[in-house]
Design a protein around this ligand. Structure first.
Ligand code: ATP
Ligand code: MG
Length: 426
Protein backbone atom coordinates (compact mmCIF):
# COMPACT_ATOMS: atom_id res chain seq x y z
CA UNK A 1 0.00 0.00 0.00
CA UNK A 2 1.35 3.45 -0.82
CA UNK A 3 1.58 6.06 1.91
CA UNK A 4 -1.66 7.99 2.49
CA UNK A 5 -1.59 11.72 1.84
CA UNK A 6 -2.41 13.94 4.80
CA UNK A 7 -4.11 17.32 4.99
CA UNK A 8 -2.02 20.50 4.99
CA UNK A 9 -0.92 21.42 8.51
CA UNK A 10 -3.34 23.77 10.24
CA UNK A 11 -6.18 23.02 7.80
CA UNK A 12 -8.95 20.93 9.32
CA UNK A 13 -11.55 18.52 8.04
CA UNK A 14 -14.89 19.28 9.64
CA UNK A 15 -16.58 15.93 10.05
CA UNK A 16 -20.39 15.55 9.93
CA UNK A 17 -20.81 15.40 13.74
CA UNK A 18 -19.05 18.75 14.01
CA UNK A 19 -20.77 20.30 11.03
CA UNK A 20 -24.17 19.99 12.70
CA UNK A 21 -23.02 22.40 15.38
CA UNK A 22 -21.56 24.72 12.76
CA UNK A 23 -24.86 24.73 10.92
CA UNK A 24 -26.68 25.65 14.10
CA UNK A 25 -24.34 28.61 14.66
CA UNK A 26 -24.56 29.69 11.01
CA UNK A 27 -28.36 29.51 10.94
CA UNK A 28 -28.67 31.40 14.22
CA UNK A 29 -26.20 34.06 13.06
CA UNK A 30 -28.05 34.49 9.78
CA UNK A 31 -31.35 35.03 11.59
CA UNK A 32 -29.81 37.55 13.97
CA UNK A 33 -28.07 39.48 11.18
CA UNK A 34 -31.23 39.58 9.08
CA UNK A 35 -33.14 40.85 12.09
CA UNK A 36 -30.96 43.99 11.90
CA UNK A 37 -31.30 44.41 8.13
CA UNK A 38 -27.87 43.09 7.17
CA UNK A 39 -27.59 41.37 3.78
CA UNK A 40 -25.22 38.63 2.73
CA UNK A 41 -22.41 39.26 0.25
CA UNK A 42 -20.19 36.51 -1.23
CA UNK A 43 -16.66 37.39 -2.21
CA UNK A 44 -13.68 35.64 -3.84
CA UNK A 45 -11.17 33.75 -1.68
CA UNK A 46 -8.35 35.12 -3.85
CA UNK A 47 -7.48 38.79 -4.17
CA UNK A 48 -4.50 40.70 -5.51
CA UNK A 49 -1.80 40.73 -2.82
CA UNK A 50 -1.55 44.50 -3.04
CA UNK A 51 -5.08 44.86 -1.65
CA UNK A 52 -3.99 43.47 1.72
CA UNK A 53 -0.72 45.38 1.89
CA UNK A 54 -2.66 48.59 1.27
CA UNK A 55 -5.42 47.92 3.78
CA UNK A 56 -4.19 45.72 6.63
CA UNK A 57 -0.81 47.49 6.49
CA UNK A 58 2.56 46.34 5.18
CA UNK A 59 4.14 46.40 8.66
CA UNK A 60 1.57 44.16 10.32
CA UNK A 61 2.13 40.53 11.34
CA UNK A 62 -0.50 39.37 8.87
CA UNK A 63 1.09 40.98 5.83
CA UNK A 64 4.69 40.51 6.91
CA UNK A 65 4.60 36.84 7.72
CA UNK A 66 1.19 35.19 7.62
CA UNK A 67 -0.13 35.50 4.07
CA UNK A 68 -0.49 32.67 1.59
CA UNK A 69 0.77 34.53 -1.47
CA UNK A 70 1.84 33.14 -4.81
CA UNK A 71 2.28 34.02 -8.43
CA UNK A 72 -0.35 32.48 -10.67
CA UNK A 73 0.28 31.30 -14.23
CA UNK A 74 -0.01 34.83 -15.57
CA UNK A 75 2.57 36.10 -13.11
CA UNK A 76 -0.07 37.99 -11.08
CA UNK A 77 0.68 38.22 -7.39
CA UNK A 78 -2.32 36.79 -5.52
CA UNK A 79 -3.15 36.05 -1.89
CA UNK A 80 -5.66 33.75 -0.20
CA UNK A 81 -7.68 36.23 1.86
CA UNK A 82 -6.46 36.47 5.49
CA UNK A 83 -9.61 38.44 6.45
CA UNK A 84 -12.76 39.70 4.78
CA UNK A 85 -12.92 43.47 5.23
CA UNK A 86 -10.43 44.38 2.49
CA UNK A 87 -12.25 42.30 -0.13
CA UNK A 88 -15.60 43.71 0.95
CA UNK A 89 -14.39 47.30 0.57
CA UNK A 90 -12.76 46.44 -2.76
CA UNK A 91 -16.06 44.98 -3.98
CA UNK A 92 -17.97 48.03 -2.72
CA UNK A 93 -15.77 50.46 -4.62
CA UNK A 94 -15.71 48.32 -7.74
CA UNK A 95 -19.49 47.80 -7.82
CA UNK A 96 -20.23 51.38 -6.79
CA UNK A 97 -22.41 50.50 -3.80
CA UNK A 98 -20.57 52.56 -1.20
CA UNK A 99 -20.58 56.16 -2.38
CA UNK A 100 -23.35 58.16 -0.67
CA UNK A 101 -25.08 55.01 0.43
CA UNK A 102 -25.75 53.10 3.58
CA UNK A 103 -24.91 49.43 3.31
CA UNK A 104 -25.23 46.78 5.96
CA UNK A 105 -23.48 43.59 4.87
CA UNK A 106 -22.29 40.25 6.18
CA UNK A 107 -20.32 37.32 4.85
CA UNK A 108 -19.09 33.95 6.08
CA UNK A 109 -16.29 31.73 4.94
CA UNK A 110 -12.71 30.53 5.23
CA UNK A 111 -9.70 32.79 5.86
CA UNK A 112 -6.06 31.81 5.55
CA UNK A 113 -3.10 32.79 7.72
CA UNK A 114 0.24 31.03 7.99
CA UNK A 115 0.38 31.05 11.80
CA UNK A 116 1.71 28.43 14.19
CA UNK A 117 -1.19 25.96 14.50
CA UNK A 118 -2.43 25.30 18.04
CA UNK A 119 -5.77 24.96 19.79
CA UNK A 120 -8.02 27.75 18.50
CA UNK A 121 -5.44 28.93 15.95
CA UNK A 122 -5.38 27.40 12.50
CA UNK A 123 -4.10 28.16 9.02
CA UNK A 124 -7.50 27.83 7.45
CA UNK A 125 -10.13 29.15 9.81
CA UNK A 126 -13.61 30.59 9.35
CA UNK A 127 -15.16 33.91 10.10
CA UNK A 128 -18.60 35.43 10.06
CA UNK A 129 -17.90 39.04 9.18
CA UNK A 130 -20.17 42.06 9.36
CA UNK A 131 -19.52 45.47 7.78
CA UNK A 132 -21.65 48.61 7.76
CA UNK A 133 -20.85 51.56 5.50
CA UNK A 134 -22.00 55.17 5.38
CA UNK A 135 -22.66 55.89 9.06
CA UNK A 136 -20.10 57.74 11.16
CA UNK A 137 -22.05 58.06 14.42
CA UNK A 138 -21.59 55.85 17.51
CA UNK A 139 -25.16 54.52 17.36
CA UNK A 140 -23.88 52.23 14.61
CA UNK A 141 -21.00 51.02 16.81
CA UNK A 142 -23.60 50.25 19.48
CA UNK A 143 -25.78 48.39 16.96
CA UNK A 144 -22.85 46.14 16.00
CA UNK A 145 -22.24 45.30 19.64
CA UNK A 146 -25.94 44.68 20.32
CA UNK A 147 -25.98 42.27 17.39
CA UNK A 148 -23.22 40.28 19.05
CA UNK A 149 -25.09 40.31 22.35
CA UNK A 150 -28.21 38.98 20.64
CA UNK A 151 -26.22 36.24 18.92
CA UNK A 152 -24.57 35.08 22.17
CA UNK A 153 -28.02 35.03 23.81
CA UNK A 154 -29.65 33.14 20.94
CA UNK A 155 -26.92 30.51 21.15
CA UNK A 156 -27.19 30.36 24.93
CA UNK A 157 -23.53 31.36 25.31
CA UNK A 158 -22.26 32.60 28.62
CA UNK A 159 -19.05 34.04 29.96
CA UNK A 160 -18.20 36.48 27.16
CA UNK A 161 -16.69 39.82 28.13
CA UNK A 162 -16.72 42.96 26.00
CA UNK A 163 -13.54 45.02 25.90
CA UNK A 164 -13.64 48.46 24.38
CA UNK A 165 -11.12 51.09 23.34
CA UNK A 166 -10.71 54.05 21.03
CA UNK A 167 -7.72 54.48 18.77
CA UNK A 168 -8.63 58.06 17.86
CA UNK A 169 -8.02 59.54 14.44
CA UNK A 170 -4.89 58.83 12.37
CA UNK A 171 -3.61 62.27 13.45
CA UNK A 172 -4.12 61.85 17.19
CA UNK A 173 -2.74 58.35 16.90
CA UNK A 174 0.42 59.64 15.20
CA UNK A 175 1.05 62.09 18.05
CA UNK A 176 0.55 59.34 20.60
CA UNK A 177 2.69 56.92 18.63
CA UNK A 178 5.62 59.35 18.59
CA UNK A 179 5.35 59.83 22.34
CA UNK A 180 5.10 56.09 22.95
CA UNK A 181 8.13 55.41 20.76
CA UNK A 182 10.19 57.96 22.73
CA UNK A 183 9.07 56.33 25.99
CA UNK A 184 9.93 52.81 24.80
CA UNK A 185 13.26 53.78 23.28
CA UNK A 186 14.35 55.18 26.63
CA UNK A 187 13.65 51.72 28.10
CA UNK A 188 15.15 49.68 25.29
CA UNK A 189 16.99 47.42 27.76
CA UNK A 190 13.67 46.24 29.24
CA UNK A 191 12.13 45.21 25.91
CA UNK A 192 11.96 41.62 24.69
CA UNK A 193 13.01 40.55 21.20
CA UNK A 194 9.51 40.84 19.72
CA UNK A 195 9.06 44.34 21.08
CA UNK A 196 12.47 45.48 19.81
CA UNK A 197 11.45 44.32 16.37
CA UNK A 198 8.16 46.24 16.61
CA UNK A 199 9.70 49.37 18.09
CA UNK A 200 10.26 51.17 14.79
CA UNK A 201 7.55 49.71 12.64
CA UNK A 202 4.55 49.08 14.87
CA UNK A 203 5.21 50.30 18.43
CA UNK A 204 1.54 50.25 19.49
CA UNK A 205 1.47 46.49 19.09
CA UNK A 206 3.99 46.31 21.95
CA UNK A 207 1.13 47.30 24.29
CA UNK A 208 -0.53 44.07 23.20
CA UNK A 209 2.36 41.86 24.35
CA UNK A 210 1.40 38.84 26.43
CA UNK A 211 4.95 38.42 27.83
CA UNK A 212 4.77 38.81 31.66
CA UNK A 213 8.28 40.32 31.70
CA UNK A 214 6.96 43.18 29.54
CA UNK A 215 4.02 44.09 31.78
CA UNK A 216 5.80 46.58 34.09
CA UNK A 217 6.99 48.69 31.11
CA UNK A 218 3.58 48.49 29.50
CA UNK A 219 1.84 49.53 32.72
CA UNK A 220 3.92 52.72 32.85
CA UNK A 221 3.63 53.59 29.17
CA UNK A 222 1.69 56.73 28.22
CA UNK A 223 -2.04 56.09 27.97
CA UNK A 224 -3.69 56.34 24.57
CA UNK A 225 -6.83 57.76 26.15
CA UNK A 226 -5.02 60.84 27.40
CA UNK A 227 -4.14 61.63 23.78
CA UNK A 228 -7.49 61.20 22.08
CA UNK A 229 -8.74 64.12 19.99
CA UNK A 230 -11.94 65.87 21.12
CA UNK A 231 -14.26 64.28 18.50
CA UNK A 232 -12.98 60.77 19.16
CA UNK A 233 -13.45 61.25 22.87
CA UNK A 234 -17.05 62.40 22.37
CA UNK A 235 -17.68 59.49 20.01
CA UNK A 236 -16.33 57.05 22.58
CA UNK A 237 -18.31 58.57 25.47
CA UNK A 238 -21.53 58.46 23.48
CA UNK A 239 -20.95 54.81 22.60
CA UNK A 240 -20.52 54.13 26.32
CA UNK A 241 -23.83 55.87 27.00
CA UNK A 242 -25.66 53.85 24.35
CA UNK A 243 -24.30 50.64 25.81
CA UNK A 244 -25.26 51.60 29.34
CA UNK A 245 -28.72 52.54 28.10
CA UNK A 246 -29.02 49.07 26.53
CA UNK A 247 -27.71 47.30 29.60
CA UNK A 248 -24.55 46.01 27.93
CA UNK A 249 -21.63 45.61 30.31
CA UNK A 250 -18.13 46.44 29.05
CA UNK A 251 -14.61 47.00 30.24
CA UNK A 252 -12.46 49.79 28.84
CA UNK A 253 -9.08 48.34 27.92
CA UNK A 254 -6.64 51.11 26.92
CA UNK A 255 -4.17 48.44 25.75
CA UNK A 256 -6.52 47.02 23.14
CA UNK A 257 -4.90 48.11 19.86
CA UNK A 258 -5.81 45.36 17.32
CA UNK A 259 -3.38 43.99 14.77
CA UNK A 260 -4.66 45.71 11.66
CA UNK A 261 -3.68 49.23 10.62
CA UNK A 262 -7.01 50.35 9.24
CA UNK A 263 -8.87 50.84 12.51
CA UNK A 264 -9.87 54.33 13.70
CA UNK A 265 -11.76 55.31 16.85
CA UNK A 266 -13.79 52.41 18.27
CA UNK A 267 -12.20 48.98 18.57
CA UNK A 268 -13.66 46.11 20.55
CA UNK A 269 -13.13 42.47 21.35
CA UNK A 270 -15.28 39.77 22.91
CA UNK A 271 -13.15 37.44 25.00
CA UNK A 272 -13.72 34.40 27.18
CA UNK A 273 -11.68 32.78 29.91
CA UNK A 274 -12.90 29.33 28.90
CA UNK A 275 -10.75 28.70 25.84
CA UNK A 276 -7.24 29.07 27.21
CA UNK A 277 -4.77 31.29 25.38
CA UNK A 278 -6.86 31.91 22.23
CA UNK A 279 -9.42 33.91 24.13
CA UNK A 280 -10.78 36.33 21.50
CA UNK A 281 -13.99 35.06 19.92
CA UNK A 282 -14.94 38.21 18.05
CA UNK A 283 -13.16 41.43 17.19
CA UNK A 284 -13.95 44.58 15.31
CA UNK A 285 -14.09 48.33 15.17
CA UNK A 286 -14.39 51.40 13.02
CA UNK A 287 -12.37 51.97 9.86
CA UNK A 288 -13.46 55.36 8.59
CA UNK A 289 -10.41 55.86 6.39
CA UNK A 290 -10.23 52.52 4.62
CA UNK A 291 -12.56 53.14 1.68
CA UNK A 292 -10.62 56.23 0.65
CA UNK A 293 -7.32 54.48 1.30
CA UNK A 294 -8.33 51.79 -1.19
CA UNK A 295 -9.22 54.31 -3.87
CA UNK A 296 -12.91 54.94 -3.19
CA UNK A 297 -14.65 58.19 -2.29
CA UNK A 298 -14.50 58.62 1.48
CA UNK A 299 -17.12 56.64 3.41
CA UNK A 300 -17.20 55.87 7.11
CA UNK A 301 -17.44 52.21 8.08
CA UNK A 302 -17.39 49.80 11.00
CA UNK A 303 -17.60 46.06 11.43
CA UNK A 304 -16.50 42.94 13.23
CA UNK A 305 -15.52 39.33 12.61
CA UNK A 306 -16.38 36.26 14.66
CA UNK A 307 -13.91 33.36 14.80
CA UNK A 308 -16.12 30.36 14.07
CA UNK A 309 -13.77 27.65 15.37
CA UNK A 310 -13.51 29.38 18.74
CA UNK A 311 -17.23 30.12 18.95
CA UNK A 312 -18.16 26.53 18.09
CA UNK A 313 -15.65 25.22 20.65
CA UNK A 314 -17.10 27.47 23.33
CA UNK A 315 -20.59 26.26 22.49
CA UNK A 316 -19.46 22.62 22.54
CA UNK A 317 -18.19 23.07 26.07
CA UNK A 318 -21.53 24.44 27.21
CA UNK A 319 -24.18 22.34 25.55
CA UNK A 320 -24.57 18.78 24.31
CA UNK A 321 -24.35 18.22 20.59
CA UNK A 322 -27.44 19.06 18.57
CA UNK A 323 -28.96 16.11 16.75
CA UNK A 324 -30.90 18.20 14.29
CA UNK A 325 -29.63 16.31 11.24
CA UNK A 326 -30.60 12.81 12.41
CA UNK A 327 -33.26 11.04 10.33
CA UNK A 328 -36.64 10.54 11.91
CA UNK A 329 -36.79 6.99 10.65
CA UNK A 330 -34.66 4.26 9.12
CA UNK A 331 -36.43 2.02 6.66
CA UNK A 332 -35.56 -1.68 7.07
CA UNK A 333 -36.38 -3.69 3.94
CA UNK A 334 -36.64 -7.47 4.13
CA UNK A 335 -36.95 -9.38 0.87
CA UNK A 336 -37.06 -8.38 -2.77
CA UNK A 337 -40.65 -7.13 -2.96
CA UNK A 338 -40.13 -4.96 0.10
CA UNK A 339 -37.02 -3.52 -1.57
CA UNK A 340 -39.09 -2.35 -4.52
CA UNK A 341 -41.99 -0.99 -2.50
CA UNK A 342 -39.62 0.55 0.04
CA UNK A 343 -38.13 3.18 -2.27
CA UNK A 344 -41.66 4.41 -3.07
CA UNK A 345 -42.71 4.47 0.57
CA UNK A 346 -39.56 6.40 1.51
CA UNK A 347 -40.32 9.02 -1.17
CA UNK A 348 -43.88 9.38 0.15
CA UNK A 349 -42.64 9.97 3.67
CA UNK A 350 -40.07 12.51 2.44
CA UNK A 351 -42.84 14.31 0.53
CA UNK A 352 -44.44 14.83 3.93
CA UNK A 353 -41.24 16.49 5.15
CA UNK A 354 -39.84 13.56 7.11
CA UNK A 355 -36.13 12.67 7.05
CA UNK A 356 -35.88 9.02 6.03
CA UNK A 357 -32.76 6.94 5.64
CA UNK A 358 -33.56 3.99 3.42
CA UNK A 359 -31.63 0.75 3.74
CA UNK A 360 -29.63 -0.21 0.66
CA UNK A 361 -27.75 -3.37 -0.13
CA UNK A 362 -30.03 -6.06 1.34
CA UNK A 363 -29.09 -8.26 4.29
CA UNK A 364 -30.88 -9.75 7.31
CA UNK A 365 -32.95 -8.08 10.02
CA UNK A 366 -30.21 -8.01 12.62
CA UNK A 367 -27.68 -6.35 10.34
CA UNK A 368 -30.22 -3.78 9.14
CA UNK A 369 -31.30 -2.89 12.68
CA UNK A 370 -27.67 -2.35 13.56
CA UNK A 371 -27.44 0.18 10.74
CA UNK A 372 -30.70 1.77 11.88
CA UNK A 373 -29.14 2.22 15.31
CA UNK A 374 -26.04 3.82 13.85
CA UNK A 375 -28.11 6.21 11.76
CA UNK A 376 -29.33 7.81 15.04
CA UNK A 377 -32.90 7.57 13.73
CA UNK A 378 -35.63 7.61 16.33
CA UNK A 379 -37.65 4.85 14.63
CA UNK A 380 -36.91 1.77 12.56
CA UNK A 381 -39.67 1.05 10.05
CA UNK A 382 -39.67 -2.60 9.09
CA UNK A 383 -41.17 -3.75 5.83
CA UNK A 384 -41.29 -7.48 4.92
CA UNK A 385 -43.60 -9.80 3.03
CA UNK A 386 -46.13 -9.91 5.84
CA UNK A 387 -46.37 -6.13 6.13
CA UNK A 388 -46.67 -5.83 2.36
CA UNK A 389 -49.57 -8.23 2.48
CA UNK A 390 -51.67 -6.17 4.90
CA UNK A 391 -50.31 -2.73 3.95
CA UNK A 392 -48.62 -2.00 7.28
CA UNK A 393 -45.14 -1.38 8.62
CA UNK A 394 -43.73 -2.61 11.91
CA UNK A 395 -42.43 0.36 13.87
CA UNK A 396 -39.69 -0.04 16.46
CA UNK A 397 -38.78 2.83 18.77
CA UNK A 398 -34.98 2.82 18.74
CA UNK A 399 -34.86 4.53 22.10
CA UNK A 400 -36.68 1.56 23.53
CA UNK A 401 -39.63 3.42 24.98
CA UNK A 402 -42.24 1.40 23.14
CA UNK A 403 -42.61 -2.18 22.12
CA UNK A 404 -42.93 -2.81 18.40
CA UNK A 405 -46.24 -1.74 16.94
CA UNK A 406 -47.88 -2.43 13.64
CA UNK A 407 -49.04 0.75 11.86
CA UNK A 408 -51.14 0.92 8.73
CA UNK A 409 -49.32 2.71 5.91
CA UNK A 410 -52.24 5.11 5.41
CA UNK A 411 -51.69 6.59 8.87
CA UNK A 412 -47.92 6.20 9.04
CA UNK A 413 -47.17 9.88 8.37
CA UNK A 414 -49.55 11.01 11.12
CA UNK A 415 -48.08 8.43 13.47
CA UNK A 416 -44.50 9.60 12.83
CA UNK A 417 -45.40 13.27 13.02
CA UNK A 418 -47.10 12.76 16.32
CA UNK A 419 -44.40 10.61 17.86
CA UNK A 420 -41.52 12.83 16.75
CA UNK A 421 -43.33 15.95 17.96
CA UNK A 422 -43.20 17.55 14.52
CA UNK A 423 -45.65 20.32 13.86
CA UNK A 424 -48.22 19.16 11.37
CA UNK A 425 -49.31 21.63 8.73
CA UNK A 426 -53.08 21.86 8.40
P1 ATP B 1 -5.66 36.86 17.63
O1 ATP B 1 -5.30 37.97 18.53
O2 ATP B 1 -6.29 35.69 18.33
O3 ATP B 1 -4.56 36.45 16.70
P2 ATP B 1 -6.63 38.60 15.57
O4 ATP B 1 -6.60 39.91 16.22
O5 ATP B 1 -5.54 38.19 14.64
O6 ATP B 1 -6.82 37.44 16.68
P3 ATP B 1 -8.82 39.21 13.79
O7 ATP B 1 -7.99 39.34 12.59
O8 ATP B 1 -9.42 40.41 14.36
O9 ATP B 1 -8.04 38.36 14.88
O10 ATP B 1 -9.98 38.13 13.51
C1 ATP B 1 -11.19 38.11 14.25
C2 ATP B 1 -11.38 36.78 14.94
O11 ATP B 1 -11.04 35.69 14.08
C3 ATP B 1 -10.50 36.57 16.16
O12 ATP B 1 -11.04 37.20 17.28
C4 ATP B 1 -10.50 35.06 16.29
O13 ATP B 1 -11.66 34.62 16.94
C5 ATP B 1 -10.52 34.61 14.84
N1 ATP B 1 -9.18 34.23 14.38
C6 ATP B 1 -8.18 35.04 13.97
N2 ATP B 1 -7.11 34.32 13.58
C7 ATP B 1 -7.43 33.01 13.73
C8 ATP B 1 -6.76 31.77 13.48
N3 ATP B 1 -5.54 31.73 12.97
N4 ATP B 1 -7.42 30.62 13.77
C9 ATP B 1 -8.68 30.64 14.28
N5 ATP B 1 -9.36 31.78 14.52
C10 ATP B 1 -8.77 32.95 14.25
MG1 MG C 1 -3.75 37.16 14.90
Amino acid sequence: MSKAIQAVRGMNDLLPETVERWQLVEATARDVLHAYGYREIRLPLLEKSELFARSIGSQTDIVEKEMYSFEDRNGDNLTLRPEGTAGCVRAGIENGFLHNQIQRLWYAGPMFRHERPQKGRYRQFHQIGVEAFGIDTPDLDAELILMCVRLWKSLGLEGLTLELNSLGTPESRATYRAKLTRFLKARRDQLDEDSLRRLEKNPMRILDSKNPAMQPVIAEAPNLHDHLDEDSRTHFDRLGEYLKESGVAYRINPRLVRGLDYYTRTVFEWTTDRLGAQSAVCAGGRFDGLVEQLGGRPAPAAGFAIGMERLVELLARQSPSPSSGAPEAYLVLLGESAGKHGLRLAECLRNAGLRIECHCGGGGLKAQLKRADRSRARFALMLGDEELQDNTVTVKDMRGKDVQVSVHQDVLIDFLNERTGRRVKT
